[in-house]
Write a protein that binds this ligand. Sequence first.
Ligand SMILES: Nc1ncnc2c1ncn2[C@@H]1O[C@H](COP(=O)(O)OP(=O)(O)OP(=O)(O)O)[C@@H](O)[C@H]1O
Ligand SMILES: [Mg+2]
Length: 356
Amino acid sequence: MNAPPVTSHWALVEEYLKPIRPLFEREGVTEIMINGPHQIFIEERGEKRQVEMAFPSEKHLETTIMQIANATGQSCDAQNNPIVDARLPDGSRVCGVLSSIAPQGSSLTIRLFPNRALTTVDLLQLGSVTQDMLDFLNLAVQLKRNLLLSGSTGSGKTTFLNILTGFIAADERIVTVEDTEEIRITGTNHVSLIAPHTRRDRHAQAVSLGLLIKTTLRMNPDRIIVGEIRDAEAAAAFLQAINTGHNGCASTIHANHPEDAMIRLQTLLSAVGMPLAFVEKQVRANIHLLVHVGKVPSKGRVVLALAEVVNETVHVLWRYDHGRQQHVREPASFEASPTLQWARAVAHPLGARAWL
Ligand SMILES: Nc1ncnc2c1ncn2[C@@H]1O[C@H](COP(=O)(O)OP(=O)(O)OP(=O)(O)O)[C@@H](O)[C@H]1O
Ligand SMILES: [Mg+2]
């Protein structure tokens, strides 16, 4: 991953972040949440708790956010631009909100960039997924099925997207599109497009996520990976990519369950004026697999459902059984699985696996 260059702006940010610096170094901390200068929480191994730390003043915290904006070339002021989304040089993702819209004081949320990305081995050990599910997903990626990952905020969507991109063959050309650089691609034929945040120059062309997705179509990609479908324009561009013959695409969306992910994508698309019946047909014909992730109290983050779209209907192949605290298969869904039928048709070695 290409981190932004460390400039004197960043040296200043570093200085302002000193009160919480020890949290960056603490093993197991994944998130730092600052609710005004005197209330700091962390997420450590999946648990959120308050820590005895504070910023010297509201002014100090506000200046920290403004300095982060400054270092990333964004406008930030109480009136017109009170929200800053950025990435620190170490890759950590930051969301800063000024007190003009946060009465308890300025707020800063930092998703720490993991020193080491979670691997399939980690996820298996944590019980987030089973080997069978990973094998099936590996097969789906190799067969260039289009995938949509869903879940709520911080449920592990991006982490799982990274796991899936690890199944892509090394010689494929991958174009990734994101708001904030989080996707880690190991292959060399990779182009990363990042949508800029607030423009300082009002005359400059607006570079939206949707525009970037459309641009990928002219870049001869084998794979288009979109960090997250956040708005209607991005949804329309993603649909255009997958219904014009680009297979093996993947993205994430905020949703409560796999069917909800489809509905949410359809709703976004109908917001740009596409007829609902058309949208429904296109989405259900071109999204092949759904991976829904979420937090469970005992295990942290797990794949709650792995589903396939069969004749426009969502069929769950595996789901997480909360009572038994393990993943269970839905045998009937495997019989109808287009992915398995296709694997057998092309004599893929995994197609012969006894999935049932
Ligand atoms: N299976 C897992 N087990 C343990 N920790 C995980 C797992 N998946 C993700 N995490 C951790 O959870 C945090 C959130 O993960 P991630 O960024 O992937 O979530 P997200 O759903 O993409 O969030 P957002 O909605 O904010 O984009 C990260 O710190 C990540 O390292
Ligand atoms: Mg994410």
